[in-house]
Design a protein around this ligand. Sequence first.
Ligand code: DAH
Length: 336
Amino acid sequence: MELGSIRTKIEQELSSVKDLSSLNQFRIAILGRKGLFSELIERLKSLDKEERRNYGREINELKLWAEEKVEELKTHFEMEEKRRKELASWIDVTMPGAIPIVGRSHPLTQTLEEIVKIFTSLGFSVAEGPDIEYDYYNFEALNIPKDHPARDMQDTFYVRPGVVLRTHTSPVQIRTMESHLPPVKIIAPGAVYRCDNDISHTPMFHQVEGLMVDKHIRFSDLKGILTVFIHEMFGEKTPLRFRPSYFPFTEPSAEVDIGCVICQGSGCRVCKNTGWLEILGSGMVHPQVFRIVGYDPEEITGFAFGMGVERIAMLKFGIDDIRQFYYNDMRFLSQF
Ligand code: DAH
């Protein structure tokens, strides 16, 4: 066979080799043990000495050339393969990362923490009591006897006769005074329960009770402490007023109003055109309550107050539906 045409044929075949595996097939077919060159060398045997030398040298050169070509292509395909792998695993370090959702404290927790912070800075410590409470602590000891009309002020969940879900945090007053001698200076935050459910009531909500008892505590102390609290909570310039009221466990009693935070006192839907918003109940501890816990009302005086945490949070953040606190809608919660 004409070696020149063999070379052309090899070149043609090489040009159709497109990857490592077809190169390998080519290598076996041409350079392999039973390949083209083996066959050519085999054929040399039938030639005479002179011819064999010339022909053999040419075949060898051609074979070296073919081996070189295969090596070249092999390196080329291997590089290509390497680059392809690199590209596939390439990371764009300048790409912005995914932002993880970060938790934060609930607006009620924030409000409660702020209330607690203000009162602890005024020397109050934090007391607690059970959510499931005896009728005795929730009503009786707070000077609300059975059949007293004041029981209708709160729609009570009864657990069993004599046991209720506490309707307010005031029972913590009684528990604290029962177990401590004066002076007492506590706040009692916690959940309370009433059978009520609408835009401004949920069956469970939160209150903070306050109690300050010692010798010579006067109504002016009540006024002073609550004024400081309201100014810290709602701002120095917030107007407030003490309005006479009634609670069975205090005498005298007062409710505290602040100037409407929505309309600044000019009158709106939220303040029912009065310009004022009620934010807590308070009063001087009733002598009967002192007698029940074994304090001497001739010697000891004190004041108490109670406020709703949801109500304060609603006014502070301008929320008009109390139920928003309990839907756990991230669009609502992530605003705080
Ligand atoms: N316990 C009352 C309520 O839930 C709030 C309250 C009023 C608490 C006057 C007090 C107080 O300690 O002195 O409506």
